[in-house]
Write a protein that binds this ligand. Structure first.
Ligand SMILES: Cc1cc2nc3c(=O)[nH]c(=O)nc-3n(C[C@H](O)[C@H](O)[C@H](O)COP(=O)(O)O)c2cc1C
Length: 397
């Protein structure tokens, strides 16, 4: 069920990106700084292209917040594109500016260019690439930061780290405890490639340097986690209510993400069942923060039967290499139909560290919806009551 809905709009070189998130109750503290912190994290990472040097993204809150608190009405956010100064005619809304820049005729393999131009019946691929560009992910990150801020009020923390760039790998077991994840996250934030391991970080930076010299690009893997998640978000009763399915869709919808693994998903496929099911334990504690059912391992990534089981939610995403290449790929001119080299437009060489931040946003937006489905209310106070009483119920169960 969709309680929290969101939409983004905006072209890569247009005036601004715009976003609306609807369904956030009243009374939650929210400020532009909450958004800007993550926007900055998305802009970083070793291997980014020139565009990120031009933009210094700021999420301006346009509606839905008064005196530092959410109103319960839709929250609209705008991120102005600094690069717009260079594109005022090229991306103008006015017919009088038509043909002020040459049309893009060379579709890039690995992009929406060709299928988009045919589908939307245009002979200027710019009409497609401006929207299919990953610039759009800045707004996902802004709206995701709002979701994160709300979830943090309930002790939920969402973070990420990079585990592979090209063939440079950081091999880690799936952590079972929140504190292990916080440590990985903290270390990742210090690394230019957002990898928690220093030796692996160095190898990843070297792999990107080699790719820059060789005029090719790299993809990789990143892990996103959410801790403090109560048992019972999502549901087993209907396919589209399963939280693992919703998370997979949210993650694969990110530009260039081609695979997703929940917990130890792909490793589990080759292991005996006796090795990879997370056995169930029970403890009684007078501490109201400690939930009675727990696991010592987390191969399931915190989700069983489409529902959270009280362990941290963990997933890993696979990103393909950046498809725009300086050493151009073979393509076909959409007008003359002659073979030619694909267009090159200023581009990242590797964007896995940034994609991990986008992954956090999509996980936050998916979990906030499941959270509101379970504890929904019109105000912060109502949700706090519902959340508290559910936790007390689990302790009594
Ligand atoms: C954060 C981020 C930055 C990206 N930067 C670029 C880039 O600079 N150049 C490029 O060609 N693709 C870039 N991509 C990937 C493309 O947007 C993506 O491959 C393309 O839109 C086609 O979509 P698909 O790979 O999902 O099929 C980026 C993706 C992400 C998530």
């Amino acid at each position: 069920m969709r309680i929290v809905r969101f939409l983004t709009s905006g072209e890569s070189h247009g005036k601004a990106l715009a976003g609306i998130i609807d369904g956030i109750p009243s009374g939650f503290p929210l400020a532009a700084d909450d958004i800007d912190h993550d926007l900055k994290r998305r802009q970083g990472g070793y291997g980014r292209g020139g565009r990120m040097k031009i933009e210094a993204d700021h999420g301006e809150i346009i509606s839905g917040v008064r005196w530092g608190k959410t109103l319960g009405s839709p929250i609209a956010v705008q991120i102005v594109n600094k690069d717009w100064d260079n594109w005022q005619q090229g991306m103008s809304e006015y017919e009088t500016d038509a043909l002020s820049i040459a049309p893009v005729l060379k579709p890039r393999p690995g992009h929406a260019d060709l299928a988009g131009a045919v589908k939307y019946n245009t002979k200027d691929i710019r009409n497609i690439l401006e929207r299919s560009s990953a610039r759009e992910t800045a707004m996902r990150v802004a709206l995701g930061a709002i979701a994160k801020k709300i979830l943090s009020e309930f002790g939920i923390v969402i973070g990420s780290y990079v585990c592979q760039i090209g063939s440079a790998r950081y091999n880690k077991p799936v952590p079972s405890a929140g504190k292990d994840l916080f440590k990985l996250f903290k270390d990742a934030e210090q690394s230019p490639v957002r990898c928690p391991d220093k030796a692996a970080s160095k190898k990843m930076v070297a792999a990107i340097d080699k790719a820059i010299r060789g005029n090719y690009s790299l993809g990789g893997l990143f892990t996103v986690f959410a801790t403090g998640i109560p048992m019972g978000l999502g549901s087993h009763v209907q396919w589209d209510r399963k939280l693992d399915g919703q998370l997979a869709q949210a993650i694969v919808s990110i530009q260039a993400i081609k695979g997703v693994e929940i917990g130890s998903g792909f490793t589990m496929a080759s292991q005996p069942g006796s090795e990879v099911m997370d056995e169930i334990y029970y403890r009684k504690s007078s501490d109201p923060e400690i939930m009675p059912f727990f696991r010592k391992t987390n191969h399931a990534g915190g989700i069983e039967g489409g529902m959270t089981n009280g362990m941290p939610v963990i997933l890993t995403a696979a990103m393909k290499p950046i498809p725009t290449l300086r050493k151009p790929l073979v393509s076909v001119d959409i007008v003359t139909k002659r073979p030619l080299a694909a267009a090159y437009e200023r581009s990242d060489v590797c964007a896995v560290p940034a994609a991990a931040v986008v992954g956090e946003a999509m996980v936050a937006l998916t979990i906030v919806n499941a959270f509101f489905e379970k504890f929904g209310g019109d105000s912060r106070e109502e949700m706090v009551r519902n959340h508290k009483s559910y936790r007390a119920y689990i302790r009594r169960y």
